[in-house]
Design a protein around this ligand. Structure first.
Ligand code: UD1
Ligand code: CA
Length: 454
């Protein structure tokens, strides 16, 4: 049984009140549409067909998965949208799964169950329903007195009596391919001028064919994003799914409702995440770390036993046992060796801090290579920008940088050197030398000789 898939994504989504098409709004770092594409991956035998229309180019551009796009130039309804896939799928698959790009919570498991239901169905159509007291503008499934399904009525055109029904159409279908293309052509315009895909049900019933219904245990799966309130609901559920997975895998979360982690992040066992923390993109965090509260980490790699309190990290690399914060900022290319200590208000950009470097208070290190065990005094600044280009600072192992030192790059300071408090260092400093003043001059030479003029 060969399976194809159609994902509807052509609608304009007026209710989102957005200049951007709804289906590319990012949910936890990924376009909404990518959730449906990934969820149908395991049931479809050929790349899913994504029907685009409104802002089609934008939607195409933001889709990285292997799909076939069809264009619905004018949005004349869900049935009309499916028709655009006819050429691509007719004769190539036996059954077609249909879903919408605005339903990112539908799971792989539901698509599997629906497909299996249709495989055993003697009729051409299976669909998904939800039950309960739900008011989301869903179409109502209407059954006769014997419980046999008859049709779906859209809320907009339903009678008062029909609106009392508590069984709703989730908008997910699995249909025998041959029958589908024929039936679509029989659908007539509704009173609101759209071709409703839901009319398939009535067409099947009218010709005495069997229709199967799969009822979801968790009605939340069918939440469709029609406006930004739904969007927030969906984001919360996706986040809960991710956080629960981490907790079951051994990550402690303090107040998980306030922890925002994107899919694709990895976190090691016994790490503790505190509230108001965002971990995003391609980020790996090791074991036994303490992250947050109030920390934002993007696209970074963190080793084991690191502590990151109230800090912001972007494209940074931390080896094991790094301790930082509160209020540190690591920008792209910051690389902190093991046992680095960064206290409050430090910024590091495109620099390597060797193992054991201590940088306790108020410093900026940019474009620098800092050797092991260097002590960076409070208020030290690498003056890396001369107004035209960025220049490099190199500091050798074991050097002591006094408080408030200005390191005017390009600059090389040797090993075990010392700069005095408030020094403005404009010239290179040799191993073991001590410099002080503005501009800094040598008061202790490499050979240990002390400058007598001091
Ligand atoms: C649809 C169902 C409704 C069901 C609900 C579940 C119909 C007529 N109604 O209503 O029974 O309860 O889903 O969420 O199918 N789209 C196109 N082209 C169009 C129109 C829509 O591609 O011409 C796309 C939209 O972008 C969206 C999807 O189809 O992704 C569903 O359309 P939408 O307008 O949201 O339908 P609902 O009112 O939610
Ligand atoms: Ca919808």
């Amino acid at each position: 049984m060969k399976v194809g898939c159609v994902i509807l994504a052509a609608g304009m989504s007026k209710r989102m009140k957005s200049a951007k098409p709804k289906v590319i709004h990012a949910l936890l770092g990924k376009p909404m549409l990518s959730y449906s594409i990934e969820a149908v991956q395991s049931v479809t035998d050929i790349p899913p067909v994504v029907v685009v229309g409104y802002a089609a180019d934008e939607v195409k551009k933001s889709t990285i998965q292997d799909v076939t796009f069809t264009i619905q130039a004018e949005q004349l309804g869900t049935a009309h949208a499916v028709m655009t896939a006819e050429k691509t799928l007719k004769g190539k698959v036996d059954i077609v799964v249909i879903t919408s790009a605005d339903m990112p919570l539908v799971t792989e498991k539901t698509f599997e169950q629906l497909k299996n239901l249709q495989i055993t169905n003697t009729g051409p159509l299976s669909l998904v329903s939800i039950q309960g007291d739900i008011s989301r503008g869903f179409g109502r499934i209407i059954r006769d007195n014997d419980g046999k399904v008859l049709r779906i009525v859209e809320e907009k055109v339903a009678t008062q009596d029909e609106l009392l029904g508590k069984e709703y159409n989730a908008g997910i279908y699995c249909v025998a391919s041959d029958w589908l293309w024929e039936a679509l052509h029989k659908i007539k315009k509704s009173s609101v001028g759209e071709y409703y895909l839901t009319d398939l049900l009535e067409i099947a019933v009218a010709s005495g064919k069997n229709v199967e219904v799969l009822t979801l245990n968790d009605p939340d799966e069918a939440i469709g994003v029609n406006n930004r309130i739904h969007f927030a609901e969906v984001e919360k559920i996706l986040r809960e799914r991710i956080n629960e997975e981490f907790m079951l895998a051994g990550v402690t979360m303090v107040d998980p409702e306030r922890i925002y982690i994107e899919a694709g992040v990895t976190i090691g066992q016994d790490t503790i995440i505190y509230p108001d923390t965002y971990i995003r993109g391609n980020t790996r965090i090791g074991k036994n770390c303490e992250i947050g509260p109030g920390t934002i980490i993007d696209d970074s790699a963190i080793g084991d036993y690191c502590t990151i309190l109230k800090s912001v990290l972007e494209e940074a690399l931390l080896e094991d046992h790094v301790e930082m914060g509160p209020f540190c900022r690591l920008r792209s290319g910051a690389h902190l060796g093991s046992h680095v200590h960064m206290g409050n208000f430090g910024e590091v950009k495109k620099s390597h801090l060797g193992n054991g470097v201590k940088m306790g208070h108020f410093s900026y290190i940019g474009d620098a290579e800092i050797g092991e065990d260097v002590n960076i005094g409070a208020g030290t600044i690498t003056c890396n920008y001369d107004g035209q280009k960025k220049n490099k600072t190199v500091i050798g192992a074991g050097t002591f940088i006094g408080s408030d030192t200005m390191l005017v790059a390009p600059l090389t300071i040797g090993k075990n050197a010392v700069t005095g408090a408030g020094a403005v260092v404009t010239k290179d400093v040799g191993d073991g030398e001590k410099v002080v003043g503005v501009p800094a001059h040598v008061i202790k030479k490499q050979n240990g000789e002390v400058d007598n003029n001091e």
